[in-house]
Design a binder for this molecule. Structure first.
Ligand code: 13P
Length: 250
C-alpha cells in the first residue's frame, strides 16, 4: 500500500494560548486535503489544550523523557503526553541532540518510551554543515539511524525525519538529488535491518520547507512528507505545504 503523505508542524518554543485558534484554523483548512496526515507538535504547555480544542486530530510533544515517571525535574514523560491527548512525539531533534547533548542511545530510549506509551514517533536525524561539506553526510545519518532506531516497532508508528542541521531555519535546502540520495540511503538501511516492513515507514524531510519549495521537495523519491518549523506557525504558511502534499498524492 502506498504510504500516505505526512506533514508535521514543529512549533518549537513558540505558542501561547492565543495560538490555539491558529491550530484550529490549520486543521479546518487541512480537511479539504484529505490524503495527507497532519500533526502539530506545540510546546508542552499547549499539548493538552490543543488536543482538547481539535478532537480527533494529531497533536504531539517535541520530546519526552525515556522514563515513565520519576525524579527528573522539568522533564515530561511519554505517558503524560498520551494522558493529555497527544498521539505523537518527536524525538532526537537536532536542537536537542546539540543543545542538550542527547546521544543516539538517549534518542533510542526516548523512542522506545514513546512507543510503549502508545504514541507514534517521529525520530530525527541529520548532519551538520561541516560533515555535509566533507562528503560524510550519508555515513553520519546512517550511523544515527543504526544507533537510535529501536529494534522492534509497528512500522506505521515510527517515522524518520531527515533534517540537515544547516538547512534548519536558514532558508537553505539541499539539492533535490541530495535529498533523494539521502532518503534512498535511509530506506536502504531500514530495509536491510527490517526487511519489507521498511516500506511502511515514512521518511520526512525537514529544513526550511515552505509553500514555494514543498511540491518539489515532497515530490522527490522516498520523501513521504515534511517536518516543518517556522512555516508551520500560521495557517497562511502551513496549509500551502499540506496542499502541495495533497496534490502529489493524487
Ligand atoms: P524550519 O522549517 O524552521 O527550517 O525548521 C525545521 C525543523 O527543525 C523542524 O523540526
Amino acid at each position: 500500500m502506498a504510504r500516505r503523505k505526512y506533514v508535521v508542524g514543529n512549533w518549537k518554543m513558540n505558542g501561547l494560548s492565543a495560538s490555539i485558534a491558529e491550530a484550529q484554523a490549520i486543521f479546518a483548512e487541512a480537511q479539504s486535503h484529505a490524503s495527507v496526515d497532519v500533526a502539530i507538535c506545540p510546546p508542552f504547555t499547549l499539548v493538552g489544550a490543543l488536543a482538547a480544542a481539535v478532537p480527533g486530530k494529531a497533536i504531539g510533544g517535541q520530546d519526552c523523557h525515556s522514563a515513565a515517571s520519576g525524579a527528573f525535574t522539568g522533564s515530561v514523560a511519554a505517558p503524560m503526553l498520551a494522558d493529555v491527548g497527544a498521539t505523537v512525539v518527536i524525538v532526537g531533534h537536532s536542537e536537542r541532540r546539540e543543545a542538550f547533548g542527547e546521544s543516539d542511545d538517549d534518542v533510542r530510549a526516548k523512542a522506545e518510551a514513546g512507543l510503549a506509551a502508545g504514541l507514534s514517533v517521529i525520530l530525527c536525524v541529520g548532519e551538520p554543515r561541516a560533515i555535509r561539506e566533507s562528503g560524510g553526510a550519508i555515513g553520519h545519518v546512517l550511523a544515527q539511524i543504526a544507533g537510535s532506531v529501536p529494534d522492534a516497532f509497528d512500522p506505521q508508528r515510527l517515522a524518520i525525519a531527515y533534517e540537515p542541521i544547516w538547512a534548519i531555519g536558514t532558508g537553505l535546502v539541499p539539492t533535490l538529488a541530495d535529498v533523494a540520495a539521502m532518503h534512498g540511503a535511509i530506506r536502504g538501511a531500514l530495509t536491510a535491518r527490517f526487511g519489507g516492513a521498511a516500506q511502511d515507514m515514512r521518511i520526512l524531510y525537514g529544513g526550511s520547507v515552505n509553500g514555494d519549495n514543498a511540491a518539489e521537495l515532497l515530490g522527490a523519491d522516498d520523501v513521504d512528507g515534511a517536518l516543518v518549523g517556522g512555516a508551520s506557525l500560521t495557517a497562511a504558511k502551513f496549509v500551502p505545504i499540506i496542499a502541495a502534499a495533497d496534490a502529489l498524492a493524487g
